[in-house]
Structures are given as C-alpha cells and as structure tokens.
Design a protein. Sequence first.
Length: 322
Amino acid sequence: MNRRRFLHALSLAGLAPLATGPVTLPSGGPAPRAPSRLLIDADTANEIDDLYAIVRALLAPDVDLVGLSSAQWNHRLSPDDTVQQSQQLNEDLLRLMGRLDIPHPLGAEMIVGKPWGGTEPRNSPAAQLMIQAARQTPDGETLTIASLGAATNLASAIQLAPDIVPKIACYVLGGRFFADREVWDKNEFNVRNDLNAANILFDTEGLELHVMPINILFDFTFRRDAVMERLAGQGGVWDYLVARWLSHSPDSDTWIMWDVALIEALLRPELATEGRFQTPPENVQRTIHVYTSVDEAAMRADWWATARAAHETPSATEEGNR
Ligand SMILES: [Ca+2]
C-alpha cells in the first residue's frame, strides 16, 4: 500500500492524524480573520502588482502594518540594484500615502546561501525588523509576514532567530501546485530567485506556512483601461499606480495581479479557498496550507471599492494629494 492509500485507509477508519486536501470550515466554526499585525516584504520594483497590493494593505483600517521591507530579484537579466529599486518604490508609496512612520527597512541584495544551495542567512535590516517585530508580538498572538517576492529576508530571519518560528504566520506567493494530483512545481519566478529560501520555509518544522501558487491566479487580471479611467488624474498615489503600469508595461492591456490576490486573501479570507497538503517530496515532509482557488471577481471588486472609498475620503491619501 502506498502512502496516500495508507492515509486514505486511515481516514476511512477515522484515524488520520492530519488529513490533507481542500478544507471546508464546518458551519458555525470559527471564520478566518484578517491579521491584526502584518509585515509585508516585497520585490516592489519587479512588476506592477506589488504596488497595488501594498496600497490595498495600507488602506485596511484594522490592520497594524508593522513594516514594509524590500526584496531582491537578482538574476542574469535583472538590473544589479534590485533591492534598492524595490526600496525606492516602497518609500515612494509610503510618502504618497503619508505613512513614512511605518518602518521600511532595506532587504538583502543576494540570495540565501550560494547559487548551488545552502542555508546561510543573509542578514539585513529587513530580517532584523522581522525578528524584532516577531519577538514584540504579544503572547497568544502571531505576526503575519507576507512575502510578495523571493523569500530571502523571511528565510534569513528564521535562520538567524529560530525562536521566532512559533510567533509568525508566513504567507508567500510562489511556485505552482496542482491540487488534483498533489504535485508541486518550483519552476516559478519567486522560488527561482531564491530556491534556498523557499526550501527553508518548506523545511522548517513548526513554521505556519501558507502558499499561494501562481497557477490559480491566471484569471485574476486588472484592465489597463479601467486603471486609466478610474485612477488617472486622481493625484498622489493613484497617478503613481497609473504611471507604474505605463512605464513598466505600456502595451499590456491586462495584468495578472499576483500579489493583490495574496493580500486580498489575507484581508478577506472568505474570498479564497485553502487546503492542507504535504510539502514537496524533496523537502521535509510536513503539512502546510496551500490556496487552491480565489474568487477573482470578488477580489477585483474589493480592490476597486477600497480605492473608490479612499478617493471619496481623501484623508487616507491626503498627503499625496496635496
Ligand atoms: Ca512581487
């Protein structure tokens, strides 16, 4: 009997210790809640979507955003200052939103370990903020860390300070996962830009890990004409978002809003479905959380409703509109 059949037999007998597969909460059970303390680590300058995700998080009234750090995406075709470029955009967004009070440390510019493997951490102000914020999280609570790029800073923080593991819940966007076959594919941008870091997350026993694989997001797009029609001329951060699209991909009529989906799933957990699955077979075998679908239309509507409400209540972005 192979392992899966063995687990299936156990589950039929009511003995399975950790069932895997899509999870539906029983009615009346506790509903997932948005995090109260959130730290975002983003390779903001790599694409378009990070900026829209960060703005959405900054407009969440009940979330204490304890930090916004910058991530690298070094590869042979990238510029040689990727983390600095991400840092610049993070600082622009915070300034335009009047939130430079939020800590915004620089991340590491190189991957964990070596290009051929290894787990040696890459220390940085970003990793140190993660450690400090995790240790300052009150007993009984967790710090949610959302990684919107390569997980260099998050994996480094874990390696530098393993005591933070019980204090953090990690949400990462990366990899592909085919839930029907329970097959992983690490051939994806964020994972490839720090495979060592991704493996640390998979391999760390006791780490609460939620993975949003990119292959569930191909239909989660924004339209350029909607962005132009609704945001252009609104001033401040809104025109900055427009300018980012037009400078990065002026000929793209649509863009997949990868990182927006992860932030929406955090803020509005009812808009995404998560299951519990085994880590990839080459990693430490443990059960983690993996998203299997998102409600694209509802997430899109939520982002636009939040943006519209912010226009109508300009205090949220008044610093940038002055
Ligand atoms: Ca990203």
